[in-house]
Design a protein around this ligand. Structure first.
Ligand code: PEP
Ligand code: MG
Length: 269
């Protein structure tokens, strides 16, 4: 399917982006029908390791992806661990992991993890303009402000170290994932702080329906086509388009043929 242009019979182009967590192969660079990476799950290499990958190892991985695809947007999500994504070297024991220490909550509480990753991403983006950074599990404006403060710190540190007066290194575009239902009711405020939104339909469905996405006992209740989920998705598209903020979907619904058609009808691009 990825070898076909993503254009409807009435010539509407729907942009196709990949989700990945490992090295993006040459096929991405060679395939003009794929616009870029909509979600690079940076936690996957962390999960495959038995220790925190050092900055240099992270830098080399991120650099290889940005370098191979200079004309495609590559959206890297900051570490999204906790919930269903454990790290053997950072055990988290909680009664309610999906309502607990997950995603941005972990990395803002342990800013050294966030800063090392931010530095690796920003260093990797030198000479390129295709990096976008995305924050997972955002619930409050304060989290976005704090993450931005750390990103700026990383940016100025890296810029200072480069000592290259000709360096045109830019601050990457910043986006947040819309996966905690609360953010839907504050989109206009979030829009003042970020460049783009991306819907995490997997978690948004889980949190709207109060259904653990990995629990087989309730799997029949887990349904991204539930009328309430569709209503929220429509609300997000309408608001984001009104706010003129780019909006994508990085959850599994966008990869479902019926889901993709519905999302297009709602105004997602
Ligand atoms: C999502 O929640 O829809 C998403 C893309 O993130 P993940 O599945 O990695 O939690
Ligand atoms: Mg998610």
């Amino acid at each position: 399917m990825s070898n076909e242009p993503s254009v409807t019979l009435d010539h509407h182009e729907m942009h196709l982006y990949l989700n990945t967590g490992l090295v993006v192969k040459q096929e991405l660079a060679d395939n003009d029908n794929i616009k870029g990476v909509g979600l690079f799950r940076t936690e996957i290499p962390f999960m495959q390791s038995d220790h925190f990958p050092p900055e240099q190892a992270q830098y080399e991985l991120y650099r290889s992806i940005l370098e191979a695809n200079p004309d495609k947007d590559i959206t890297m999500r900051t570490l999204d661990i906790g919930g269903d994504k454990p790290l053997s070297y950072l055990p988290i024991v909680e009664d309610n992991p999906f309502l607990g220490w997950r995603g941005i909550r972990v990395t803002l509480d342990q800013p050294e993890i966030f800063l090392v990753q931010a530095r690796a991403m920003i260093r990797a983006s030198e000479d390129y303009t295709n990096l976008q950074i995305m924050l997972p599990m955002i619930t409050t404006i304060a989290e976005v402000k704090e993450a931005k403060r750390l990103l700026k710190q990383a940016y100025y540190e890296v810029k200072e170290e480069l000592k290259d007066p000709l360096s045109t290194m830019m601050m990457p575009k910043l986006g947040i994932m819309l996966e905690v239902p609360a953010v839907v009711y504050q989109l206009s405020q979030f829009a003042q702080h970020v460049d783009f939104f991306s819907v995490g339909s997997n978690d948004l469905t889980q949190y709207l329906l109060a259904v653990d996405r990995n629990n087989p006992r309730v799997s029949s209740l887990y349904n991204s086509f539930h009328p309430s989920v569709l209503a929220v998705l429509q609300e997000i598209a309408t608001q984001a388009n009104k706010l003129e903020k780019p909006i994508t979907v990085c959850g599994g619904l966008a990869g479902d043929p019926a889901g993709a058609v519905l999302l297009m009808a709602m105004g997602y691009q």
